[in-house]
Ligand binder design. Structure first.
Ligand SMILES: O=C1O[C@H](COP(=O)(O)O)[C@@H](O)[C@H](O)[C@H]1O
Length: 244
């Protein structure tokens, strides 16, 4: 069973980021009342960093036991550690460390300095998820590209089609850099809460296409992921402007 999408429109990007940051803190608290560790998959891009920066400033964040939060990334650009174009670097720059996470529970995707190839990195990441991931995400965050991509699953890209796998190496990405590692749709299917964070007029068409009934994720990957308990589209007014 999956949850139908619900759309929440905020006036602008900052309001969206602040509301999403507070919502994230609350959802982690909620997950911690159910189980020993909350499992969260972060995202990169513009909104991925904005939500971290806002979560750091959310007053209720001190109520969270951050040592009981395990952090992952839904995808990573296959670049060396610390590269400014990596999703984790962007999240770090937004203040991720200020949350007080246990560094041993922050699981980064290996870059070329630490793995022989994107395939090797994807395999190692999948293995770590098998060891620690409990096969259920509490909250998965997605940014959405203007083309409707989520994580590193792009429209009409063969990486979308991999089955029986947790993570996939992505080559020839239409958005730079060309080499990436992404979790698969199959892996994202094991999510309680899936949140799409989208701001800006350039995303309006992708938002409308992803939410239109019957859209195939092969054409618009953002139409694919759904949470078993919640599928939330947190958007600003500009990104919502093409919704009927
Ligand atoms: O390449 C990526 O793009 C998306 C969205 O980025 P944005 O800058 O257009 O908001 C991001 O969510 C994804 O994780 C990433 O690798």
């Amino acid at each position: 069973m999956t949850a139908d999408p619900r759309v929440v429109v905020h006036p602008d990007k900052q309001a969206l980021a602040d509301a999403a940051g507070a919502r994230l803190v609350t959802a982690i608290l909620d997950a911690q009342t159910r189980k020993p560790e909350a499992q969260v998959a972060l995202t990169g891009g513009s909104m991925g960093s904005a939500i971290i920066a806002s979560a750091v400033r959310t007053p209720g964040r001190s109520a969270v036991d951050w040592s009981r939060v395990r952090v992952w990334w839904g995808d990573e650009r296959y670049l060396p550690a610390g590269d400014p174009d990596r999703n984790d670097t962007q999240n770090d720059d937004a203040g991720l460390a200020e949350l007080g996470l246990d560094p041993a529970k922050v699981h980064r995707v290996a870059g070329p300095e630490a793995s022989a190839s994107a395939e090797a990195s994807a395999d190692a990441y999948a293995q770590t998820i098998r060891e620690h991931g409990q096969h259920e995400w509490d909250i998965v965050l997605f940014g959405v590209g203007p083309d409707g991509h989520v994580a590193s699953l792009f429209p009409h890209h063969p990486a979308q089609r991999l089955t029986d796998a947790i993570a996939v190496a992505v080559h020839d990405s239409p958005k730079p850099p060309p080499d990436r590692v992404s979790l698969t749709f199959e892996c994202f299917d094991r999510s309680r809460e899936v949140w799409f964070l989208v701001a800006g007029q350039d995303k309006a068409h992708a938002v409308a296409a992803a939410l239109a009934p019957g859209t195939d994720r092969w054409d618009v990957p953002a139409a694919g992921p759904r949470g078993t308990e919640g599928t939330l589209w947190l958007v600003d007014a500009a990104a919502a402007s093409s919704l009927g």
